[in-house]
Design a protein around this ligand. Sequence first.
Ligand code: FAD
Length: 404
Amino acid sequence: SLSYHENWQRVWSNPTPKKHYDVVIIGGGGHGLATAYYLAKEHGITNIAVIEKGYLGGGNTARNTTIVRSNYLWDEASHLYEHSLKLWEGLAQELNYNLMFSQRGVLNLGHTLQDMRDIERRVNANRLNGIDGEVLTTAQVQEMVPILDCSKGARYPVMGASWQARAGTARHDAVAWGFARAADALGVDLLQQTEVTGIRRKDGAVEGVETNRGFISASKVACVAAGNSSVIAKMVGMELPLESHPLQAMVSEPLKPILDTVVMSNHVHGYVSQSDKGDLVIGAGIDGYTGYGQRGSFNVVEHTIAAIIEMFPIFSRVRLNRAWGGIVDTCPDACPIISKTHIKGLYFNCGWGTGGFKATPGAGHVFAHTIAHDEPHPLAKPFSIDRFTSGELIDEHGAAGVAH
Ligand code: FAD
């Protein structure tokens, strides 16, 4: 039945690997593809390969709940995420690709007095950094989301919320495909079904990567492998301060439009939005154990659904369609690593844990600069791997959407 479509043009080419590239990027998720695009577009480096063991955008990029926001607490993190949010705002035009970026706003609910104090502190910090944010009362939240249980009798009554109006959601596949098409057009080789199995070094510098399609020489190797970053680091004997955990999400059967914003609750621990197709998109918490299987435990699903029903009793008879897992690379301070390493020409962008989708364009942009100049972009500097020895950690656990 697909024969009717057989003359569709390829959106990107399927090249044979060259013997040498100036930059090899390991990982064809949104971050890897964005890095390739900005390297080519802004730094004139086009002899690049993105090496992906599966298919483009099939890792966490395909598995996340697509929440985009920039209302983090500390200056370093909020500047980085705001840089990304600003790029999102013009990205569909820039890539000429419909990313379905929808600035429908994000509510972070407060359920205790301490939650509300933290929310006020964070919103004040955001505003001082020029990031939009408001503290809403219970009545304002109820007006915005009539189906949310804001009654005083709720087990964890809603006492208010932070509101970022410019936040929202985007279509996860589209951002990967948009960057892939644009990078391909600039001459980047996208090598799918190609797995990096080793990294060759000589005299303290990278020489290239071993793959299931043979050795590929490279002047620089940039690792953007999310949950598999520690596996890549091990190839050069490095130990990253990361733990890889399963994180799950699920979608319901499609419903008529009923929820036009994103509602997140750290306290009850569940978050939900409604996709343009009508599914409720529900995010869970991480599994307590580490692992690399892209699935999670049933008790986490049960806990998440209990939290969602607690907040939205109206959803109690909605059927779930699908649940899945991704492997997230969590850092001790809930912030990413965007960094050079002690090995010349080897770079890492990882540790985004449960919240890196929102950073896709911003991370790619600052990582490309870091690789091109062999010096951190000013926004990436605080996220160097050195912070784990200097002690200059940026603790964003309070603003991370998913506790870990
Ligand atoms: P990925 O998309 O995972 O790309 C890495 C790629 O590297 C993969 O495609 C993988 O196949 C490839 N790879 C690994 N090893 C090798 C190798 N040896 N050789 C070649 N290729 C290799 N973030 C948000 O901002 N908002 C959210 O709402 C949100 N919700 C989430 C919900 C879930 C269930 C999950 C799992 C994550 C969520 N995240 C969210 C986090 C977000 O998905 C990630 O931080 C982000 O997508 C990471 O992008 P990436 O391109 O670095 O990783």
